[in-house]
Design a protein around this ligand. Structure first.
Ligand SMILES: NC(=O)c1ccc[n+]([C@@H]2O[C@H](COP(=O)([O-])OP(=O)(O)OC[C@H]3O[C@@H](n4cnc5c(N)ncnc54)[C@H](OP(=O)(O)O)[C@@H]3O)[C@@H](O)[C@H]2O)c1
Length: 289
């Protein structure tokens, strides 16, 4: 199977790049801006047809949650129209799509982990545009799945883990929000899951039912808990103090609670998901090396 990975220089795309050679039945092609822009429907169609692409893992996205509030049109173009372009192009070649979405499609008013069947109600532009992208896939009459994930980090790119390690080495004290709760996800774990789903061993097949799944690491944490663990596992001597969301104003509102229920993906694809602190340990070890 020939697989195109879009947005391949981002966190998730880079992790897939590292793992892809372990999956001998997949021939992976990695593309990102400026070479392949998912917003350019014509170039995308031509590429998918000419290169005989059978499947796409869409790692491309406009992921700047705060900036999206000021650049709604650009966020919409990438997260919704770009995804629709992918779905349309794959329909022409009967190809499969794994598309990645976010916990920010929820408003955060739950106190139980969100299931795929729970109603969505995004509270910011980023979440709204990602929801539009989900619908483009789910209504696209193609063999596809959408995987919602949360709090992604990696040894690649910019993310909370790398920011905390940097700030922790610069400052003696750091205030971190304790009243937003979710689950950190190591992009490497999600990358492995995407590749395993595509190989289709021991699992349901990607089908036209347009299936929606939730994936994060196991467990629950606040950003404060996450930061404490980063300092501890990173050997950084910085005192982390809990602060409230109202004491750290941002352009975009974020859900207070966005823990995802992962039962469906674990059952359908027979996968085991690592506990978030175990994966964090692996990632920090990699960053330090
Ligand atoms: N990061 C998180 O915490 C998080 C949480 C939940 C869900 N997700 C979702 O997970 C997916 C992967 O996230 P990530 O953290 O790996 O993202 P990322 O590191 O920001 O990578 C996204 C990649 O897409 C590229 N890109 C942007 N616009 C594009 C376009 N029009 N055509 C092709 N490529 C384009 C970016 O290039 P430039 O850098 O040049 O713009 C970047 O290389 C995204 O769909 C995101 O919404 C992320």
């Amino acid at each position: 199977m020939k697989v195109l990975i879009t947005g391949s220089n981002g966190q998730l795309g880079s992790e897939i790049k590292e793992l892809a050679s372990d999956y001998k039945n997949l021939e992976c092609v990695f593309k990102d801006l400026p070479e392949l822009d998912i917003c350019d429907a014509e170039v995308l169609n031509t590429f998918i047809i000419d290169q005989h692409i059978n499947a796409v893992i869409n790692c491309a996205g406009y992921t700047a949650v705060d900036k999206a509030e000021e650049e709604a049109l650009i966020a919409q173009k990438v997260n919704s129209e770009g995804v629709l372009n992918l779905a349309n192009a794959l329909k022409k070649v009967d190809g499969k799509l794994i598309h990645i979405s976010t916990d920010y499609v929820f408003d955060g008013n739950h106190s139980q982990p969100y299931k795929e069947s729970d109603p969505v109600s995004p509270i910011g532009v980023y979440g709204q545009t990602k929801r539009a992208g989900e619908l483009a896939v789910l209504n696209g009459s193609i063999d596809a799945i959408v995987i919602r994930t949360s709090w992604l980090y990696s040894s690649y790119g910019n993310n909370f883990v790398k920011t905390m390690l940097r700030l922790g080495n610069e400052k003696e004290n750091l205030g971190v929000i304790f009243d937003q709760v979710g689950t950190p996800t190591y992009a490497r774990d999600l990358a492995k899951t995407c590749l395993e789903i595509l190989t289709g061993v021991n699992s349901v097949k990607i089908s036209k039912n347009g299936n929606l799944y939730h994936y994060s690491n196991e467990g629950v944490a606040s950003w404060y808990d996450f930061a404490i663990s980063i300092m501890e596992l990173g050997g950084v001597n910085c005192k982390v103090k809990p602060i409230q969301t109202k004491d750290y104003p941002t352009l975009a509102k974020r859900p207070q609670y966005s823990v995802l229920n992962k039962s469906k993906i674990k059952t359908d694809f027979k996968i085991e998901i690592p506990y978030w602190r175990d994966s964090l340990k692996d990632c920090i070890k990699k960053i330090k090396n």
